[in-house]
Ligand binder design. Structure first.
Ligand SMILES: Cc1cc2nc3c(=O)[nH]c(=O)nc-3n(C[C@H](O)[C@H](O)[C@H](O)COP(=O)(O)OP(=O)(O)OC[C@H]3O[C@@H](n4cnc5c(N)ncnc54)[C@H](O)[C@@H]3O)c2cc1C
Length: 462
């Protein structure tokens, strides 16, 4: 059970959410419905939304332990990002290159789909499709950005999808110190995630869906969700709990909960923006292995995030990992060094959450028509666009509709589980540790650290 302060403390976005955040009513005893969805994040809510969009007569119930948007969906960097949530080469093996290209197109289109729905449902979440800028600030990063653009060319994408920007072209958009080269794709938008996810919750209710908050699912079985307040019986049961999934029995190895942490500045004065530019609201990252991701917020702050510290053995999801002095200091240094105009700005917020990373770093959307059990997740940090695809796909699968979405490579993609502890924990420490040391070596002038990175390659799904 959460009081309002506990909810708001989860992120900048929840803290500044307008009006009170009052939990909806909890489940009041046993009930029946057509589809029961566990988790009121973007996956669960887009699924409810798409089902009710397709068939308003359906009885859809969402069961949420805290409140809508309490999880990663209310805490993330607000990148509606263009990248597919998975490793293209892995999917190409069973599905072929054209299927992966189509998956990429579907992901790009989902950015516009979200924009259309936000407009239609009048969700005031600051959606701006300003594209994505990935900036190289060292020689090693420059090489990586060139590789990234080449990789897209090899997959058949043209200048209109991904292109290189020179330092002068970057400076026309944003003043970033030491920028040597950037890749730019127009297929990306910025949002305020808490406003989006809570806006979808309201849209679900307008369509007739019911959301029970402060109701923890104890276990999920074919035909029912057993909660602390009663049992919800349903023909279809959807698990939409991403990183939290590891807390369910039998699911502890489904994902590696990889913590990502963020900070935000105070609202910055106009003089800083005059120096910075950033009027297109592009989302911006660098090309470190432990890259930063940043956005200009609707209230003129900079919110910037990066990888957190590894979790502790025995308790992989815990609020204790959501803040970390060392990561906060690293992000603050990165902010001041990449955007010198911000030096001296107050850091008002620090927060974080877990990404759900499957062993092959590739998302899955699964429905078993025999049992009615479904789930989606494993977006490895690319969930904002992907959840909208998952939600629409799960609706199609549940309604037995054969669509473009139900043919995507992630549909019924088996989740490759992680090794038992302590191996998964060792992997998480190695990923963060070796990426961090490679970054430090590259920042000190070393060439690309391919050899060092090769050690963790087996843990990265490619
Ligand atoms: C700091 C951070 C930054 C990120 N940045 C980006 C980004 O910029 N762009 C991007 O695309 N992705 C980003 N991601 C990833 C993205 O946020 C997630 O992939 C996505 O939000 C997952 O949505 P979801 O609905 O599947 O899970 P969640 O949003 O985590 O929702 C799961 C819900 O299930 C509930 N729940 C858990 N257990 C139970 C239970 N037993 N009973 C009932 N309810 C339960 C939780 O309370 C939660 O509300 C980021 C993630 C983090 C943590």
């Amino acid at each position: 059970m959460s009081d309002e302060r506990h909810i708001r403390d989860r992120s900048l976005w929840l803290d500044t959410f307008p009006g009170p955040i009052r939990p909806r009513l909890a489940l009041q005893g046993d009930t029946d419905c057509d589809v029961a969805i566990v988790g009121a994040g973007m996956t669960g809510l887009w699924t409810a939304y798409a089902l009710l969009d397709a068939d308003p007569s359906l009885r859809v119930r969402v069961i949420e332990r805290e409140v809508a948007g309490f999880g990663a969906s209310g805490r993330n960097g607000g990148w509606v990002s263009a990248g597919i949530a998975g490793v293209a080469e892995e999917w190409a093996k069973p599905s072929g290159a054209e299927a992966v290209r189509q998956a990429e197109r579907v992901t790009w289109r989902s950015v516009d789909w979200i924009g259309e729905r936000v407009a239609q449902e009048q969700i005031d979440c600051g959606f701006v499709k300003g594209g994505i800028l990935s900036v190289a600030r060292t020689a090693a990063q420059e090489e990586r950005v060139r590789d990234y653009i080449d990789h897209h060319r090899q997959w058949g994408w043209g200048e209109e999808d991904v292109r290189a920007l020179s330092p002068a072209e970057i400076a026309e958009r944003v003043a970033i110190a030491d920028a040597r080269l950037a890749s730019f794709t127009p297929h990306g938008a910025r949002i305020n995630p808490a406003r989006l996810v809570r806006g979808i919750a309201e849209a679900v209710e307008r369509k007739g869906g019911v959301i029970y908050e402060q109701t923890a699912a104890r276990f999920i079985e074919p035909g029912r969700v057993v909660t602390e307040h009663g049992t919800v019986r349903a023909a279809h049961v959807v698990r939409a709990t991403e990183a939290f999934t590891v807390q369910f029995k039998q699911q502890s190895r489904t994902y590696l909960p990889l913590y990502s942490l963020m900070i935000a500045t105070e609202p910055l004065p106009q003089a800083v923006w005059d120096e910075l530019g950033w009027n297109g609201c592009e989302t911006i990252s660098d090309a470190h292995h432990l890259f930063f991701y940043a956005q200009r917020t609707t209230d003129n702050r900079i919110a910037i995030g990066g990888r957190g510290a590894p979790y502790g053995l025995g308790s992989p999801v815990d609020e204790a990992y959501e803040r970390h002095d060392g990561v906060k200091a690293r992000l603050t240094n990165t902010l001041f060094s990449a955007f010198p105009a911000t030096r001296g700005a107050a850091i008002t917020h620090h927060w974080g959450g877990a990404l759900g990373v499957p062993r092959d770093w590739s998302m899955s959307v699964t429905h078993d028509p025999a049992t009615g059990l479904a789930f989606a997740g494993g977006y490895s940090g690319h969930g904002v666009a992907a959840t909208s695809i998952s939600g629409r796909t799960l609706a199609d699968l549940i309604l037995r509709r054969d669509t473009e979405l139900t043919k995507m490579p992630w549909v019924n993609h088996p989740v490759r589980k992680w090794e038992p502890e302590p191996l998964r924990w060792i992997a998480s420490r190695a990923i963060v540790g070796i990426m961090g040391s490679s970054d430090r070596a590259e920042d000190a002038g070393a060439a690309r650290t391919a050899r060092r990175m090769a050690i963790i390659r087996p843990f990265l799904g490619h």
